[in-house]
Design a protein around this ligand. Structure first.
Ligand SMILES: N[C@@H](CCC[C@H](N)C(=O)O)C(=O)O
Length: 258
């Protein structure tokens, strides 16, 4: 099976080109591909399949084999793969995802911007992280997030295990972010991703973090910097939508017998 490997701020993906949707991508096979010791190693898989509402559908899977509705960094890497392989022209185009159509914009090289759609703020909850319990904002950016704005440096939080969350509010699980303001419209963030664990970045979580930080500051617009362990991303909040901008690269191509 042919594959490529790519990442966006170190949120890394195995890309499986499968235009006609012939590959049997079972949860077990996804987990085998993502295994960092016996597989290629990644936070998730992006299967490139022809779509109905757009030319291409991003079939995203988490590293444990579970299906998620949306992946912001995955979408940007997916778009970079399409352009690098002549499957889409540089500029603006739509990609179909389980969360609906998303528009991406990119050149032949450089950063990729994704229109992530409007974020929904759905209330407040709490997360038990290590021996701490912190309040957070339930934000949906295509998938569920609990974005917790904290006062201490984000490294102080033990995200090695899944945070304890309200299972009634989040019956399908949730991605949990800890966020700290580090400057005007600038935050640092760490994440525990549903179906993956701690990752170096999470695009949908980066957008949720900007939304939560903005709300904390009494704002809801503007350009926000979100620093993650894998780099830095820009989020633009407007009245109509949210935008995620940053690097996305393909770093390898090959064949696997997995
Ligand atoms: N890394 C992603 C989010 C992937 C999905 C998430 N783990 C979930 O289960 O919702 C991103 O960049 O948004």
């Amino acid at each position: 099976m042919r594959f490529a490997k790519g990442h966006g701020t170190e949120n890394d993906f195995v890309i499986v080109p499968d235009p006609e949707g012939r590959i049997d991508l079972t949860p077990r096979r996804v987990a085998a591909l993502c295994n960092r010791y016996t597989g290629i190693g990644a936070d998730g898989v992006l299967r490139v399949v022809r779509g109905e509402d757009a030319e291409w559908f991003m079939d995203y899977r988490n590293a444990d084999g579970s299906v998620a509705e949306m992946c912001g960094n995955g979408l940007r890497v997916f778009a970079r793969y399409l352009v690098d392989h002549g499957l889409a022209a540089p500029g603006r185009f739509d990609v179909a995802t389980r969360a609906g159509l998303r528009t991406v914009e990119l050149g032949a090289t450089g950063h990729v911007t994704a229109d992530m759609g409007p974020a929904q703020v759905l209330g407040i909850s709490t997360a038990g992280i290590g021996d701490r319990r912190v309040p957070g904002l339930h934000v949906a950016t295509g998938n569920p997030h609990l974005a917790c704005v904290v006062e201490s440096p984000v490294e102080a939080f033990d995200l090695s295990r899944a945070p304890d969350v309200d299972a009634v509010r989040f019956p399908e699980g949730v991605n949990v972010e800890v966020i700290r303001m580090v400057g005007r419209r600038s935050v640092e963030m760490r994440v525990h991703e549903r179906g993956v664990g701690t990752t170096s970045s999470c695009g949908t979580g980066v957008v949720a973090s900007a939304v939560a930080a903005a709300q904390t500051e009494g704002e809801n617009r503007g350009e926000w910097e979100v620093r993650v362990p894998g780099g830095s991303l820009t989020v633009i909040l407007t009245a109509e939508s949210t935008y995620l901008r940053g690097p996305a690269v393909i770093i390898a191509e090959g064949e696997t017998c997995l």
